[in-house]
Design a protein around this ligand. Structure first.
Ligand code: FAD
Ligand code: 2HG
Ligand code: ZN
Length: 469
């Protein structure tokens, strides 16, 4: 192994090869601290050519590679296995914005660019890069692509897959796929870009991408809505889509328990409206022209809903500062849950027509079996994605979830199957859900995935045992 490490240093330089166990520690565990791994080294290439040389060296030595961006994933997908014959390849230093093409409305960015920096660069040019999530200050565009990240604006702009036109990647056989074009139409054979997007570092190492830019809104308008009924939420969504399809960007839902927990840990986000109903919606409309009537539409639709007693209360923003305040609570739910002794996460999705029945029925089953359990249910209601999470009853310790996790998991998964949902809407499979994938997707889909993996990575060198067993 001394020889392997020395050869890494010869390729990258000593400052780009980290072996000190104290220094490597943060790269060997996941954001939630559930998975722990071991690595021979953490390496930091600065160019695609360096990534390629590292991959070729690893092939020669039969050492597996774990690609890593900001390490913010919630599934253990960028944590090495605890066996030590692997390296973590961090893309952090491959972080240049290669070019901006305002006529084509695209930007070519390297994989290690932090999402927030990309948003800022787009904004400096008068454009919008619409992917937005609470980890945007530390996640990378490479990680966003590898997980096909979703976030709060999927309703209007789609997920990461919809925001990418071209890709450059180093393959598991040490070649470079040069496909960095900003074409909006390109039916030339199999779609390799879309195969790599969402593959969680198991099929290739993404080194750069061409991403789409959009006109920046000139104004934003948000509302908090106190509501008790899922079918009313669906009606409101449809009504807003009918009246403001082009402007409606976000339609988020937060249950009372998720708000109580967040305000408990972050009291600065308390708002009296949270106490008026079982759920609060946070919706946002963007204005793209001076003729836009977003705030008027919001007031009309929500005013009518209030008059007819479909909703309990509503608060419409009057300034950008207030829009940001409204989002504060939503962005802190995950951080609030992280402060608890333990939690379980289900990142799931449903057809919007089934989502209410799933929540009602599953909450009922869980509350009967586990009195006091806190169901921290929130998420991107508008696109059908729930973060159906749980915390132990107040006063219980870690052992509550340890003892009951398997049965809770069984109950929730049975209901996901019944209501024909997905076990992973936006966070991916990683290590967390790899045991469930075959059953969930069925034997044919699973076999095809294994065949693809074997064809593209015959030595099983890229992120082995993630996604697939
Ligand atoms: P990492 O965590 O480093 O890696 C994730 C996966 O991608 C791993 O499999 C890794 O091997 C692979 N990978 C990373 N870079 C590359 C590359 N260049 N080439 C190939 N493979 C690579 N996710 C959402 O979808 N929506 C949300 O709203 C959301 N909110 C979040 C909020 C918080 C507070 C946190 C902590 C996480 C949230 N996430 C969310 C999850 C996470 O931020 C996303 O999955 C993000 O896309 C991961 O990016 P990353 O750079 O941190 O990737
Ligand atoms: C969000 O939407 C993220 O805030 C995180 O996807 C969800 O904490 C979670 O489970
Ligand atoms: Zn989410």
């Amino acid at each position: 192994m001394v020889d392997f490490i020395q050869r890494l240093i010869n390729i990258l330089g000593a400052s780009a090869v980290m072996t000190d166990t104290h220094e490597t520690k943060p790269y060997l565990t996941d954001w939630r601290g559930i998975f722990q791994g071991i690595a021979l080294a953490v390496v930091f290439p600065k160019t695609s050519a360096e990534v390629q040389m590292v991959v070729r060296l690893c092939i020669e030595h039969a050492i597996a590679i774990i690609p890593q961006g900001g390490n913010t994933n919630l599934t253990g997908s960028s944590t090495p296995e605890p066996i030590g014959q692997q390296i973590v390849l961090s893309l952090k230093r491959l972080n240049q914005i290669r070019s901006v093409d305002l006529e084509n409305q695209t930007m070519t960015v390297e994989a290690g660019c932090i999402l927030q920096h990309i948003q800022e660069k787009a904004s400096d040019s008068g454009f919008l890069f619409p992917l937005s999530l609470a980890a945007e200050g530390s996640c990378t565009i490479g990680g966003n692509l590898a997980t096909n990240a979703g976030g709060i604006n999927v309703l209007r702009y789609g997920n990461m897959r919809d925001l990418c036109l071209g890709i450059e990647a180093v393959t598991a056989t040490g070649d470079i796929l040069h496909s960095l074009r900003g074409l909006r139409k390109d039916n030339t054979g199999y779609d390799l870009r879309n195969l790599l997007i969402g593959s969680e570092g198991t099929l290739g190492i993404i080194t750069a991408a061409v991403i789409k830019l959009y006109p920046a809104p000139i104004n934003r308008c948000a509302a908090l809505i106190a509501v008790n009924d899922y079918s009313i939420m669906v009606n409101l969504l449809q009504e807003l889509q009918r009246k403001a399809a082009n402007e409606l960007c976000a339609f988020e839902m937060m249950s009372r328990a998720s708000l109580d927990l967040t305000v408990q840990h972050f009291p600065q986000f308390a708002n009296p409206i949270f106490k008026q109903s079982s759920h609060t919606l946070l919706i946002e409309l963007a204005e793209f022209s001076t003729e836009s009537r977003s705030s008027q539409i919001l007031e009309d639709v929500l005013g009518k809903a209030l008059e007819s007693e479909q909703i309990e209360d509503v608060l419409v923003s009057t300034s950008l500062t207030q829009v940001k305040q409204f989002w504060g609570v939503r962005e802190h739910i995950t951080l609030a849950q992280a402060k608890e002794v333990a939690n379980i996460k289900f990142d799931i999705s449903f057809e919007i027509s089934r989502i209410g029945d799933f929540i009602t029925h599953t909450c009922d089953l869980l509350c009967k079996s586990y009195p006091g359990i806190r169901i921290i249910n929130f998420g991107h209601f508008g696109d059908g994605n729930l973060h159906f999470n749980m915390c132990p009853p107040i006063g219980s310790d870690k052992s509550f979830l340890k003892t009951n996790e398997a049965e809770i998991h069984r109950i929730v998964y049975e209901q996901i199957e019944k209501y024909q949902g997905s076990i992973s809407a936006e966070h991916g499979i990683g290590q967390l859900k790899r045991n469930d994938l075959e059953h969930h997707r069925g034997p044919t889909a699973y076999k095809m995935m294994k065949q693809i993996k074997h064809a593209l990575d015959p030595q099983n060198i890229l992120n082995p045992h993630k996604v697939l067993l």
